[in-house]
Design a protein around this ligand. Structure first.
Ligand code: BTN
Length: 238
């Protein structure tokens, strides 16, 4: 079922309610406390974009397999953009880019089960659809309207994404994880392309992404060889 709200604090909070079941979508026209990665706020112009969470039964995944869910969601977004003629890439770990600009943010909220398993997950997704003017504080935003040159029907975008997500989710559940990993690899932003990165201490260097490991670690090659980086251990210079 799709549930539409005019206003929520965050779709992530609402989707935690046990009344929502696997496959339910909780969407809001505006969020008063939209959440982004690293404790940041997610702002989105009311009525122009898509801000929603999809409730997923992830009780078949171990907690150390949660990166597979991120891959599944990211690939479904890439699939949806392809149907609009947009060549999207996945910027490690969970942004979707068109060229060097961010078009989607993803924040997944997990509830844990027992014995090291997940129970359910709320995939929180913000897609910039028809917004064309952004806060100047945002480094590099874009939207479907800016990239395609026309406005898009938000409901159709959501339905198209939902269809793609359920198909990718079946692949995950069916156990064909190598297929997901292969497809994810082929869509990595900056794959095999030398570019600049920074470490938390501010040191900047040139590196080349060679892939992403099964646990979600970035494989980045520099003059010293390929090193593995976990979330927050390296940032992109864009
Ligand atoms: C990011 O920082 O890139 C992640 C942004 C995630 C935003 C979405 S909008 C729907 C859902 N509800 C939230 O509060 N955040 C996510």
């Amino acid at each position: 079922m799709f549930y539409y709200f005019d206003e929520l604090t965050s779709t992530i909070d609402e989707a935690r309610d046990g009344k929502y079941a696997h496959g339910d979508v909780v969407a809001a026209e505006s969020q008063t406390a939209g959440r982004g990665q690293r404790g940041k706020k997610w702002s989105s112009a009311a009525g122009e974009n898509l801000t929603f969470s999809v409730v997923l039964d992830t009780s078949f995944l171990r907690t150390d397999e949660q990166f597979l869910l991120l891959e599944t969601v990211a690939l479904a977004l890439v699939d949806m953009f392809a149907s609009y003629g947009l060549d999207a890439r996945i910027k490690w770990t969970n942004d979707i880019y068109i060229g060097d600009r961010k078009i989607v943010g993803v924040l997944i909220d997990h509830s844990l089960g027992t014995g090291g398993m997940l129970a359910r997950s709320g995939a929180g997704i913000g897609i910039n659809v028809n917004q064309t003017a952004f806060d100047t504080a945002l480094p590099n935003p874009t939207s479907m309207a800016l990239e395609t040159g026309h406005s898009c029907d938000r409901r159709k975008v959501l339905e198209e994404f939902y269809k793609r997500l359920m198909a990718r989710f079946e692949t995950l559940k069916g156990g064909a994880r190598e297929d997901l990993q292969r497809d994810y690899h082929s869509k990595i932003y900056r794959l095999d392309t030398p570019a600049r990165y920074t470490l938390p201490d501010g040191v900047e260097f040139t590196g080349t992404i060679r892939g992403v490991g099964p646990g979600g670690e970035l494989l980045l090659e520099d003059a010293g060889g390929i090193k593995k980086y976990l979330y927050r251990e390296v940032s992109f210079v864009i």
